[in-house]
Design a protein around this ligand. Structure first.
Ligand code: SF4
Length: 311
């Protein structure tokens, strides 16, 4: 419980008297790009998202490429550069652009109230709302969010609590609980794992993470993200394509049907293959969907269903 006048660790909530104030009715960006860029590969492929980023995050990852916006309130060098948003304006722009809405780049659970206000207007307009989240939510927050968002992509950044604590400053188990609960509630779920040197990049860590994802569901898409030296982790090399290829192999060995790498393995790393006949059924470029040979969510060649929300 915050004391009067105290700001939370996140830096974007403050108690003033009996009122809890939030700075997250604001965004540092508003741009439209492909759902594939979030990344969502099995949710409305070829669709576009109006992307918002309310300032702040519940984690302090040393590799954060978005630290200039995620660490507002934690680091004095990060200036406030967010603009207030009106949910009606956000939804009107999404409708005009024929786009859905995604909260990304920072931690959307800190902007739960903004999400609620946006969803209240977006849902009647037929606009879907997605989150790209670190998954560190209380059960109460998951309960509220699961009734709001149509899809989530959640990071699993380490295999064990000690490694996760060292990397993010938070324990792992609440993240896994969040993933299981979103899946149980029927929210479309994709998982992302950045290959961080010293933690998740180790093959045994990747294998443990892959098994945890497969335990939620073999159909859950698993996105593997190349490490790039930045922020407080500039002394490490980028992940090699060979290590990413090995990570893909580990994912398939754990039973996952859909394991993806955005760039380093070329077009095959982004392609969806049919689990029935192994034919490529969805092709993607780095920036967008290129071709889908699905018919009603099924392989056009062998009729095997491919899990996803395809329209
Ligand atoms: S959870 Fe994501 S946005 Fe937050 S600090 Fe970690 S990498 Fe950055």
């Amino acid at each position: 419980m915050l004391r009067d006048g105290q700001v939370g660790t996140c830096g974007v909530r403050r108690r003033t008297g009996d009122v809890l104030e939030t700075a997250t009715f604001a965004t540092v960006m508003q741009h439209v790009d492909a759902n594939e860029r979030k990344p969502f590969y099995h949710f409305r492929p070829g669709g576009r998202s109006l992307t918002l980023a309310a300032p702040g995050c519940t984690f302090a990852c040393g590799y954060c490429i978005n630290h200039r916006i995620s660490q507002y309130g934690r680091e004095s060098s990060v200036d406030w550069d967010a603009e207030p948003v009106r949910p009606a304006d956000v939804v009107a722009r999404a409708v005009a652009e024929g786009a859905d809405i995604c909260f990304s780049y920072t931690e959307p659970s800190l902007a739960l109230e903004l999400t609620e206000a946006v969803v209240a207007l977006a849902r009647p307009a037929g606009v879907r709302v997605m989150w790209k989240s670190n998954g560190f939510l209380t059960p109460e927050a998951v309960d509220r969010a699961a009734g709001l968002v149509d899809a989530v992509n959640i990071d699993v950044k380490a295999a064990g609590t000690a490694e996760h604590l060292r990397l993010t400053g938070a324990p792992l188990e609440p993240v896994l609980d969040t993933i299981r609960e979103f899946a149980r509630r029927g929210v479309w779920l994709e998982i992302t794992t950045p290959l961080i040197p010293g933690t998740s990049a180790a093959p045994d860590q990747l294998a443990t993470i892959a098994r945890a994802v497969a335990a939620v569901g073999a159909q859950v898409p698993w996105h593997l993200v190349r490490f790039t030296p930045t922020y407080r982790m500039t002394g490490h090399d980028p992940t090699t394509p060979a290590d990413l290829a090995e990570a893909v192999r580990i994912g398939h060995a754990a039973g996952l049907r859909h394991v993806y790498v955005e760039r380093a393995l070329g077009a095959p790393g982004r392609a969806t293959r049919c689990p029935g006949c192994d034919e490529t059924v969805v092709r993607r470029g780095v920036w967008r969907l290129e071709a889908s040979e699905l018919t009603g969510g099924r392989c056009a060649r062998c009729d095997h269903p491919i899990d996803g929300r395809w329209n």
